[in-house]
Design a protein around this ligand. Structure first.
Ligand code: VGL
Ligand code: ZN
Length: 204
């Protein structure tokens, strides 16, 4: 339908097996995502896009380990291995992704001092990426989200999408999670409570 968009979150090499922040099975979703791209009128991609030395990298905080929590001015932030550095091979979309149909690529995480999981707002929950305005101007009110990772960028994007008034579905069979301390279960519950439709067609 013309008022629908597919939003493909961070389907990049660094989040796939062999990448710097590999999500288990991250590459397995590519054929299904390509199928959804073919079947959807409007396609938007997000691309995690960090400068070297980004503040979300554990390597930027001497003595800190990846996957630990660090107190930033905007709140607690998980620290990650260096990943998705602008222009690196790891920041490229997975080579099998049928990305050419995308009408927009939203880059996020490019400000050195703030991370951005959501496609809509940075992690201060205040700084917009511009995506909500873009979609509204184009008359798009219904979103399907797929990609990586279920419990971080997909979930944060879905929660912001419903808050911004979009009818929002996450296709869980076209997502894979990182799962830190039960974060997949936690974020699935948050999405459900917030009114995100969770669909899993894996067993269809
Ligand atoms: C992501 C951690 C750090 C994601 C991005 O795409 O879910 N996770 N940067
Ligand atoms: Zn990142």
């Amino acid at each position: 339908m013309a008022d629908e968009a597919l939003v493909v979150i961070d389907l990049q090499n660094d989040f796939c097996p062999g990448g710097a922040l590999a999500v288990a099975g991250g590459d397995e979703i590519v054929p299904l995502v390509n199928d959804l791209i073919r079947r959807t009128d409007h396609v938007v991609l997000t691309q995690d896009w960090h400068p070297a030395g980004h503040s979300s990298f554990a390597s930027s905080h001497p003595g800190s380990q990846p996957y630990s929590t660090f107190e930033m001015p905007y709140g607690p932030q998980t620290l990650w291995p260096d990943h998705c550095i602008q222009g690196s091979l790891g920041s490229d979309f997975h080579s099998g992704l049928a990305w050419t149909k995308a009408e927009l690529v939203i880059r996020k995480g490019f400000r050195p001092d703030i991370d951005s999981y959501s496609a809509f707002f940075e992690n201060d929950h205040k700084t917009p990426t511009g995506l909500a305005g873009y979609l509204r101007e184009r008359g798009i009110g219904t979103l399907t989200l797929v990609g990586l990772a279920t419990d971080f960028c997909v979930a944060y994007s879905a929660l912001d999408a419903v808050k911004q008034g979009f009818r929002t579905t996450v296709r869980l069979d076209a997502c894979r999670g990182i799962d830190l301390n039960g974060s997949v279960e936690t974020m699935l519950a948050k999405m459900r409570d917030a009114g995100v439709t969770l669909e899993d067609h894996a067993s269809d």
